[in-house]
Design a protein around this ligand. Structure first.
Ligand SMILES: [Zn+2]
Length: 247
């Protein structure tokens, strides 16, 4: 078996990269499409899999195989991914990730880098969960805790979850009162408000959202954040934005 140089490898792969996969949301990719997109990212150094991309004698990919998971190096899409939870502190790679979630991570990084000059993303739950059987343990989800951008650092807890909520009558409260339907508490014309608004709305195009429609902050969605409607889950998401691909 020989490993071709990246240019040759891309040429070899060209026939296997259906054009739709490159523009299809990460949540909707098949395992085969996600594998091929991941391989093109790996060959373009947007992603480091746990082993080099490998081809068999017949030119077929032998790593990664369709449906395989892989840990990822922490430079993803040109952005450094810094673990921001106790369990992953000091890790030099993510846990084992589904290929579709790896595509989501690369695209999120590329978007935030080009739009906001992001150099670092603080994350939790990439291939590591409370249990191996939950969404994170299976490599299906990413917790976004914040980022360093060209206009400063934004932390989901400090700059969103900890910020006061202004109710319609003008009073400021630290938490949504029971029975109140939430909305985005930040002003989109502030730096943090504009940043988190963009992160959320970008995710509605790539991650699992609501069936058949794109949501906004405050709607029911698989994207979980400090101003989400469900009170129990909301309490658990004051310090991060949770996003995932469909199962
Ligand atoms: Zn999560």
């Amino acid at each position: 078996m020989t490993i071709p140089d990246p240019v040759t490898a891309l040429l070899m792969l060209k026939h296997a990269l259906p054009p739709p996969a490159a523009s299809k949301p990460a949540r909707d990719l098949t395992q085969a499409e996600a594998r091929d997109v991941v391989v093109s990212y790996a060959l373009n150094r947007q992603l480091e899999l746990e082993k080099p991309v490998a081809f068999g004698r017949n030119g077929n990919l032998t790593f990664p195989l369709v449906g395989a998971r892989s840990t990822l190096g922490l430079d993803i899409g040109g952005v450094h991914f810094t673990p921001d939870n106790k369990k992953a502190a000091g890790w030099t790679r993510t846990g084992s990730m589904d290929m579709r979630t790896a595509v989501l991570a690369v695209r999120l990084a590329q978007h935030l880098k080009s739009r906001w000059g992001v150099t670092t993303i603080f994350w939790g739950g990439m291939g590591v969960g409370r249990a191996d059987t939950d969404r994170h343990g299976k490599g299906f989800a990413i917790d976004f805790h914040g980022a360093i951008t060209r206009i400063g650092k934004f932390d989901v807890f400090e700059d969103w979850g900890k910020q006061p909520i202004t109710l319609p009558n003008g009073t400021k409260v630290p938490k949504w009162p029971p029975g109140t339907w939430p909305h985005f508490r930040l002003d989109v014309d502030t730096r943090a408000g504009g940043f988190f608004y963009d992160v959320y709305h970008w995710l509605t195009g790539e991650a699992a959202d609501a069936r058949g429609k794109r949501t906004s902050i405050g709607d029911n969605s698989y994207i979980l954040c400090p101003d989400m409607p469900d009170i129990t889950w909301r309490d658990l998401h004051q310090d991060h934005i949770h996003c995932e691909i469909d199962r």
